[in-house]
Write a protein that binds this ligand. Structure first.
Ligand code: SAH
Ligand code: SF4
Ligand code: F3S
Length: 430
């Protein structure tokens, strides 16, 4: 059997695209995945372009592939960087055999046929395409509910790499989840750049909001847990939050991406909400679901961000006390408005702000984790570890390890937390 070396960078959407790539390849000819570059007949890198660093990394990695690949092995560049650089990739690195954009995954067998093929059409619509079946871990399945993004956040390249937002018809989503449940998934993760904007645009005359979609999905027998990423604070209406709170199948974990705590910067970013709106939504979530875990994304050093603006982000961090923080230094990206903004923040200052933000969040996190000791959680075990250990997630999404083996895989069990660390918890079955 042919061997595939597949490296996936970026977000959950790219991880799902990588599964689709494998499934599509297998429709034509079965491939075994390998971690060994030298063994591979096909090397694919599924790229991310959200910040500058991974792009520079791409060309150095292609250099490594070129040196180490076996004779005749093909190299493909897929994903978001492929979408926006297109044939430039082949001009800079002719060793690359094909370039396939983030919205052209279904064309993988086509580009394999002809050397130097480039398929990066961001208007291409895969929202109703029937991808083959392949999952890295059938116990927890990712399911796309929309493609693309219609927001124009001024820092973000994603709309230029994934094109306009189209919702996948709800019956296709329900079918896919039913299949996943029948092959062992008790938990699913709904994916989209703006999940709670679901229903904005269909190819048909279907009408279905995200709240309605959640209601439809929860009727699927034997599906026990629903997660989703990423929702947008702007679309967190009361109806959605009430569904989130009252639907027992929805895990009480929510990502509420802040980006900046300063209403002035949020306006420059075109996020569509103010600090006040954001805090109001988080307050409402905590009122409705006291045990909820809230995660967020924050960018520091966006052009025009003053010391006072940065302190507003710190203020929101203090008020919401996020359970998880993903924080980034602003990175100027092509095809975005902010690349031309004046009053840039120096990388040194942005670095200092990032350190302050992360240090304070670590202190908050230590306090939050301290409170987990002795708690009882329902954990869905989805991964075997070495040394007779097994891990899973609590409803709030925390990683929990216990002693145990295969027979626990795919089971939801009550666990008492006996040990804490910043990134995970240890527990005992009770
Ligand atoms: N659709 C998601 C975000 C996808 S991109 C949302 O709206 O939340 C993931 C994260 O990368 C963003 O939330 C943002 O915090 C970060 N990001 C995007 N563009 C960036 C840039 N130019 N510089 C630094 N961080 C960026
Ligand atoms: Fe990017 Fe904004 Fe769309 Fe998220 S909502 S993908 S940050 S443009
Ligand atoms: Fe995801 Fe990176 Fe593309 S975050 S959408 S893979 S630019």
């Amino acid at each position: 059997m042919k061997k595939l070396f597949l490296e996936t960078l970026g977000c959950a959407m790219n991880s799902r695209d990588s599964e689709h790539l494998v499934a599509e390849l297998n429709k034509n000819e079965p491939y075994n995945l390998t971690n060994n570059l030298e063994d591979a007949d096909l090397i694919i890198i599924n790229t991310c372009s959200v910040r500058e660093k991974p792009v520079a990394k791409l060309f150095s990695e292609i250099g490594v592939f070129k040196k180490r690949k076996k004779n005749g092995a093909k190299i493909g560049v897929c994903g978001c960087t492929a979408s926006h650089l297109g044939d430039e990739i082949i001009k800079r690195a002719p060793v690359v055999d094909f370039v396939l954009g983030a919205r052209n995954v279904s064309k993988i067998n086509l580009v394999l046929e002809k050397r130097h093929s480039v398929e990066v059409d961001i208007d291409f619509d895969e929202s109703e395409y029937d991808f083959g079946e392949y999952r890295n871990n059938p116990l927890k399945s990712m399911v796309n509910i929309s493609i693309g993004c219609d927001k124009q956040c001024t820092y973000c390249i994603v709309p230029a790499t994934r094109g306009e937002e189209i919702s996948i018809p709800s019956h296709l989503i329900v079918n896919e989840i039913t299949k996943a449940v029948n092959t062992g998934a008790k938990e699913i993760m709904l994916l989209g750049q703006n999940v709670n904007n679901y229903g904005r645009r269909f190819n048909s005359d279907e009408q279905c909001s995200f709240t309605e979609l959640l209601q439809k999905i929860s009727k699927i027998d034997n599906l026990e847990r629903i997660r989703f990423a990423s929702p947008h604070p702007l679309h967190m209406d009361d109806q959605f939050l009430e569904e989130f709170a009252s639907n027992p199948k929805i895990c009480k974990q929510i990502h509420v991406p802040l980006q900046s705590g300063s209403s002035k910067v949020l306006k420059e970013m075109k996020r569509g909400y103010t600090q006040e709106n954001f805090l109001n939504r988080c307050k409402k979530i905590r009122e409705l679901v006291p045990e909820v875990t809230i995660s967020t994304d924050i960018i520091v050093g966006f052009p025009t961000e003053s010391d006072e603006d940065f302190l507003e982000s710190m203020k929101v961090l203090e008020e919401v006390r996020f359970d998880q923080l993903f924080s980034f230094k602003y990175s100027p990206r092509p095809h975005t408005e902010a690349i031309d903004f004046e009053n840039k923040v120096t990388p040194e200052l942005a670095g200092q702000r990032l350190t302050i933000l992360q240090k304070r969040h670590t202190e908050i996190l230590d306090e939050i984790m301290e409170l987990q000791l002795g708690k009882e959680e329902f954990v869905y075990f989805d991964e075997l570890k070495t040394g007779n250990r097994i891990s899973g997630r609590s409803g709030g999404g925390r990683l929990v390890y216990v002693d145990g083996s295969e027979e626990l895989l795919g089971q939801i069990k009550k666990v008492k937390i006996t040990k804490i660390s910043r990134a995970s918890l240890d527990g005992e079955l009770i």
